[in-house]
Design a protein around this ligand. Structure first.
Ligand code: 5GP
Length: 137
């Protein structure tokens, strides 16, 4: 399977589709998931093309994981969370829907399950959550 340069996250990187940006460095970009499964659910992506973990380079994976760790601390601080879940899916059979490598970072509280997938965020709420995370970085 090859990389489709017109996938939605590639369009976000090119600025063709808006995103609620939280952080970026030379190699990675972080933004809010528009269908958050927990308050503070964000996505870490490499700035260079990779369909998923299976075709990514070791450098892309290393850069993403360093940013995932940084965002894990930030979302825990922003939401006073007790833990963080990191998810990463590969190919449709593995649960992947957008074919640009990404890591989900989800702050977690004991006894609180993730929300069902596919529920669009209220954009004012999403923005206020993003502000909290940016302040925690
Ligand atoms: P996955 O490919 O790991 O199954 O999930 C893709 C994720 O991208 C989902 O959590 C979905 O909510 C999120 N998503 C899909 N389209 C957009 C978009 O246009 N903007 C943002 N910010 N997130 C998106």
């Amino acid at each position: 399977m090859s990389y489709d340069p017109e996938n939605i996250f590639a369009k976000i990187l090119k600025g063709e589709i808006p995103s609620e940006k939280l952080y970026e460095d030379e190699d990675t970009y972080v933004f809010m998931d528009i269908m958050p499964r927990a308050d503070g659910h964000c996505l870490v992506i490499p700035k260079t093309p990779a369909r998923n973990m299976l075709d990514a380079t070791p450098d892309q994976l290393a850069a993403c994981l360093a940013t995932v760790q940084k965002m894990g601390h930030a979302v825990m601080k922003a939401f006073d969370a007790e833990g963080v879940t990191v998810q990463q899916f590969n190919e449709a059979a593995g649960g992947q829907e957008v074919f640009h490598l990404h890591y989900h970072v989800l702050p977690r509280h004991k006894g609180l399950s993730l929300r069902a997938p596919g529920q669009m965020a209220d954009f004012d709420v999403l923005k206020s959550h993003a502000e909290k995370i940016r302040a925690a970085l």
